[in-house]
Design a protein around this ligand. Structure first.
Ligand code: ADE
Length: 242
């Protein structure tokens, strides 16, 4: 297979490879996986450990709680992954999932989906020895300002968001045009039958059949939701559009 038609590839390094594919084996991503539109391989970091106890972590220099994953073990695990690092024809970024990372955005997801794939490192314990993060020039990504017990759900979230953008996974490109974060706004609210439910009516304009009015109403609703819920997004949008 040449680089041009190689499928998008996700490699995950984890202490819990049995967590994968997990939800990625279902629904849209699962069907695309079964159809060969992308591939997933999960590697056990522990199999890269050198000693007979398969030690992957140690106590932190300087003291403090918890354990730190060893640089030599992570390095050995990454060295065994084809296409990781920069000396390859189609290098995949090595991404460390950590609450210390830069916030994940739809824009970064779109870039990652357009590339050859990702190599995702899932941490456990207190974290990973900083030197291996530097030596592999890892990108550090967070999925939000909260702390998970491990990076696996974050890796799954990143893969899910990227896979749905791959060609052929979702039928229509129109599906993306109006969804949240496109154009810097949250999406407008949705309604379907029944027209009246528990005395609540569907907004009149949506029944009008007037596309111009519907579009205008949806834009106002998208702006309202963004201003109320996400001042960070709203300020950026307002500076650019208002
Ligand atoms: N690992 C633990 N918490 C995380 C978060 N919020 N994002 C990414 N990886 C994590």
């Amino acid at each position: 297979m040449t680089a041009e038609n190689a499928i998008w590839r996700a490699t995950v390094l984890t202490l819990f490879p049995e967590m994968f594919p997990g939800h990625l084996g279902h629904s849209l991503a699962g069907k695309a996986l079964a159809d060969g539109l992308w591939s997933l391989d999960a590697h056990d970091i522990r199999s890269a450990a050198a000693d007979k106890h398969a030690t992957v972590d140690d106590t932190p220099f300087g003291g403090g709680p918890g354990m730190v994953m060893r640089a030599d073990v992570i390095d050995a695990a990454l060295t065994g992954v084809a296409g990781a690092g920069t000396d390859q024809a189609a290098p995949r970024p090595v991404i460390y999932m950590t609450p210390r990372g830069a916030p994940l955005t739809q824009a970064r997801i779109a870039e990652l989906a357009a590339g050859p794939g990702v190599v995702l490192l899932c941490g456990r314990y207190e974290g990973i020895d900083e030197r291996v993060v530097e030596a592999w020039n890892m990108e550090e990504i967070s999925i939000g300002d909260f702390v998970l017990s491990g990076g696996e759900p974050a890796a799954m979230a990143l893969i899910d968001a990227a896979v749905r953008l791959l060609p052929g996974v979702i039928g229509s490109k129109l599906s993306f045009a109006e969804e949240s974060f496109e154009g810097g706004l949250l999406e407008y609210p949705h309604y379907t039958r029944p027209r009246v439910w528990r005395d609540r009516e569907v907004p009149e304009v949506l029944l009008s059949g007037h596309h111009g009015k519907v579009d205008a109403w949806r834009k106002v609703q998208a702006e309202k939701a963004t201003e109320e819920r996400r001042p960070d997004l709203w300020n950026r949008y307002a500076a650019k559009n208002l």
